[in-house]
Design a protein around this ligand. Structure first.
Ligand SMILES: CC(C)(COP(=O)(O)OP(=O)(O)OC[C@H]1O[C@@H](n2cnc3c(N)ncnc32)[C@H](O)[C@@H]1OP(=O)(O)O)[C@@H](O)C(=O)NCCC(=O)NCCS
Length: 182
């Protein structure tokens, strides 16, 4: 029939984006096999459904614990499977950026020794159980956000944060200590 879009005609990414409510988890995994890594990352970033976002991020190899919520707009700079681990019951607000890798791409800056030694870096980011990351926070390489720690909206986190603390600002500093939730 002219003009009718059938399942066969629809790109798998479009089915994941628009038909997620009627797709089983197994079918979802099968559909991702037909999508590039970049496409899956993009879908995970913009998808309207929390569960689907997390399934897509898990397909990329990111370790995400049970009952964790990851809101839309997550951005991960490179090699997410190796460099990002998120624990159980964590809350990641919208538009959080994980700078797992920092490199000026094709810029000639990458030929300058001081840039290579000081500014080009990559490293694993770990968000421990029950941590809560506020909207638009930016987390740098090699940072561990401790268990049950709160990171304020818009924080720039360059150093690891201890468990059961509240931090905010640019760069993030501890402003409060919280009761132990263990
Ligand atoms: C960080 C946060 C938890 C602190 O809450 P709080 O303990 O009630 O802190 P207060 O409002 O008493 O502020 C304490 C100080 O920190 C500053 N501050 C608070 N939040 C800040 C933030 N996000 N960035 C920068 N400074 C912040 C305040 O200006 C205040 O500074 P001062 O002592 O110089 O006056 C909260 O402000 C926040 O950012 N929550 C995240 C909200 C969010 O993103 N939710 C996502 C949707 S789920």
């Amino acid at each position: 029939m002219a003009g009718k879009v059938t399942d066969n005609m629809m790109h798998p990414s479009m089915r994941l984006l628009f038909e997620w409510e009627s797709i089983s988890s197994d079918e979802m995994i099968n559909l991702t096999k037909k999508c590039s890594h970049k496409m899956i990352m993009w879908l995970a970033r913009i998808h309207s459904d929390n569960k689907t976002r997390e399934n897509l991020l898990r397909v990329l190899g990111i370790k995400i614990g049970k009952f964790t919520t990851i809101n839309a707009g997550i951005y991960i700079h490179d090699r997410p499977a190796e460099f990002l681990e998120i624990g159980e019951r964590c809350a990641i607000a919208d538009n959080v950026t994980f700078i797992t890798s920092s490199h000026p791409n094709m810029s000639k800056l990458s030929e300058i020794p001081v840039i290579v030694d000081r500014y080009i870096e990559e490293g694993k980011i770990v968000i421990e159980d029950d941590a809560w990351i506020g909207s638009r926070a930016i987390i740098f390489p090699n940072v561990v956000v401790g268990r049950g720690a709160i990171v304020g909206a818009g924080a720039i986190v360059k150093e690891s944060l201890p468990p059961h603390t509240v931090s905010c600002g640019q760069p993030a500093k501890i402003i409060r200590r919280l009761p132990n939730i263990d």
